[in-house]
Design a protein. Structure first.
Length: 596
């Protein structure tokens, strides 16, 4: 009873205290609200007057890096009472996004195979095709260790057999290069064909390889050596000679086979020893200028027999593709989505850090930005003389800006570098130090940023040395001479497929900034790019393949004239390339620009 009295006596005291605290909390909330508004106004007012360096420090490059993130499991409810947590989900995300979503990632030692595998392996073992692809990629890259191509091929195969297209592309590349699997051109082409969803008649190259496969498997009993060329298509001429029409200024992959391969002792192309795969298939890449190029193939058997096959590559200027440039009614432009462009030009490098100053990059960027905005309707972000912080800030902004049906163009003019030991390329911001990679922007960092974007199509245009390190080899290219009905089918199919393509000013070598003694304020490559973009017909679409061929032709003419005028050495080679972004999630589509 005593306890009840004490309790009852205590009640009024507690209620009084409660009233006092309620009033106190109201006053405190009011004061806090006023303080918050004042603070917000203060920060908003003074943030506009902050120097650029101070604002840059607020942005964390570390938090913008893409990581392997393990998200918490979802809380699920079964019936009215029982709740359970699903297993954690791996994703590719920026460090900041991972933190915001309550995920887990390795803050340090990211370039480590073990820590990366821990994120993806559980889902991969349970049959998730995307996770299996990432496990294969981890083994292929190595992450600070020696790459394990056999394991990469194993995991890519598991994912590819489930129809995951990036894995099919990656597996095709391993077969093409003979890494982790026997070098097999036919198998490589099979996987490329499946990844791009192409059928007979949609690619002359694929049709040629299918014919080659039929010949290989049907002609195994022959006892006489023979050579067949399946790409490019041959045009018979008088007196038994042959020629093939190709695009000037491009690199052409000549593909064929020698059979039966069991009899073959040695094989040469233009007098140079060349290897064939286990099916007798050979692929030979040759750079085509503006002059006819003779090709001679010879195969030698163990019994002394020799066979020979000769033809000439005849360059053309690519004008035959114009008949397939489709007129686009203005009302249909919305179906292509919006167009965004990030345009970068770096001139002002610090010579004391070992990186020489460039002359044309900023002007190149200014001109490209102007054309993309005025003629092609792009929303352009133009950056001059950027640091690594500037680059990642721009990518973070675009990640928040672009939509899933949109298109993104990234143009870069500046220094590039290729590390042969790491097998990795870099873009160099203006604060780069030649002796220290810490501020360099690696290809893998660029690709990772794109992988986290929910955007349909991406085209990277890189005017820098060693730019082709961004791409993978691709054997199957479309042929503009197929019937127009099939060309239209191919066009519709390509528009619907996500695209990650790269157009580069050259291969894995240095490229020219400005010609000696030239009055031009553009590089050879960007001058050609500007001319093609500017002269393209209004109200028509321009696909990336056509853009490449026309630019490459102009570069080839400019290079030959420069050699004749002794502005560059005869050994200087600059062949623009066009191929899918390496490990970039390309799914077989094509990039289309719309000229206003």
């Amino acid at each position: 009873m005593q306890k009840n009295i004490i309790s009852q006596q205590a009640v009024p005291v507690t209620m009084a205290a409660s009233k006092f605290h309620t009033k106190y909390r109201r006053y405190t909330a009011l004061i806090s609200g006023v303080s918050f508004l004042f603070s917000a106004f203060f920060l908003l007012f003074f943030s506009f007057s902050l120097p650029a360096t101070a604002q840059a420090e607020e942005f964390s490059v570390e938090k913008s890096q893409v990581v392997d993130c393990l998200l918490p499991g979802k809380v699920r409810k079964l019936g009215m009472r029982r709740k359970f947590i699903s297993k954690r989900r791996p994703i590719k995300a920026t460090a900041l996004e991972c933190e915001i979503r309550g995920g887990e990632y390795t803050a340090y030692d990211r370039a480590n195979m073990t820590t990366s595998l821990m994120v993806w392996l559980e889902s991969a073992n349970s049959g998730d095709a995307k996770a299996q692809y990432y496990v294969g990629e981890i083994y292929e890259k190595g992450y600070g260790q020696q790459p394990d191509y056999r394991q990469a091929a194993l995991w890519y195969t598991k994912s590819a057999e489930q129809g995951y297209k990036p894995a099919q592309m990656a597996l095709g590349l391993l077969y093409e290069k003979g890494k982790g699997v026997p070098q097999d051109t036919v198998a490589a082409m099979d996987w490329y064909q499946r990844a791009e969803g192409l059928q007979a008649g949609q690619s002359a190259y694929i049709d040629a390889v299918n014919n080659m496969k039929n010949q290989i498997y049907a002609g195994g009993g022959s006892r006489m050596l023979s050579i067949s060329v399946h790409w490019p298509n041959m045009r018979p001429e008088g007196r038994g000679s042959r020629s093939a029409d190709v695009f000037a200024g491009t690199s052409v992959a000549i593909t064929g086979n020698v059979s039966p391969v069991q009899l073959l002792r040695n094989f040469t192309i233009n007098g140079q020893n060349w290897t064939v795969d286990r099916h007798g298939v050979f692929t030979y890449s040759v750079d085509v200028g503006t002059s006819p190029l003779p090709i001679n193939l010879k195969a030698y058997a163990g019994n002394g027999q020799a066979v020979e096959y000769s033809f000439t590559l005849q360059p053309s200027d690519g004008s035959s593709t114009e008949q397939y440039e489709q007129s686009i009614p203005v009302g249909n432009r919305a179906a292509y989505g919006k167009y965004y462009a990030l345009v970068i030009g770096n001139n002002n490098y610090n010579a004391r850090s070992g990186v020489p100053v460039l002359q044309t990059a900023v002007n190149d960027a200014d001109s490209v930005a102007r054309i993309l905005q005025n003629k092609y309707g792009c929303e352009v972000t133009l950056l001059r003389n950027i640091t690594s912080v500037d680059f990642f800030k721009a990518m973070t902004y675009l990640r928040q800006r672009v939509g899933k049906n949109d298109n993104l163009i990234i143009y870069y003019a500046g220094h590039g570098f290729y590390d042969e030991y790491e097998n990795r390329g870099y873009w160099l911001p203006v604060d780069a130090d030649k002796s220290n990679h810490i501020r360099w922007i690696s290809n893998s960092a660029i690709t990772a940023q794109i992988l986290t974007m929910d955007v349909r199509n991406v085209l990277i245009i890189a005017d820098s040395c060693y730019a082709a390190s961004l791409t993978r080899s691709v054997m199957g290219t479309m042929n503009s001479t197929i019937p127009s009905a099939q060309q239209e089918y191919r066009r519709r199919n390509n528009i619907e497929r996500p695209t990650r393509m790269v157009l580069t000013s050259g291969g894995l070598q240095q490229v020219l900034d400005v010609l000696k003694g030239s009055n031009s304020n553009h590089s050879i490559f960007t001058q050609a790019l500007i001319e093609v973009l500017q002269n393209h017909k209004s109200n028509t679409e321009l696909n990336g393949d056509t853009l490449h061929r026309k630019v490459a032709h102009k570069v080839a003419i400019a290079m030959e004239n420069a050699i004749k005028n002794e502005q560059v050495s005869k050994e200087m080679i600059q062949i623009p390339t066009y191929a899918p972004l390496l490990r970039g999630g390309h799914k077989g589509g094509e990039f289309y620009l719309l000229a206003h």
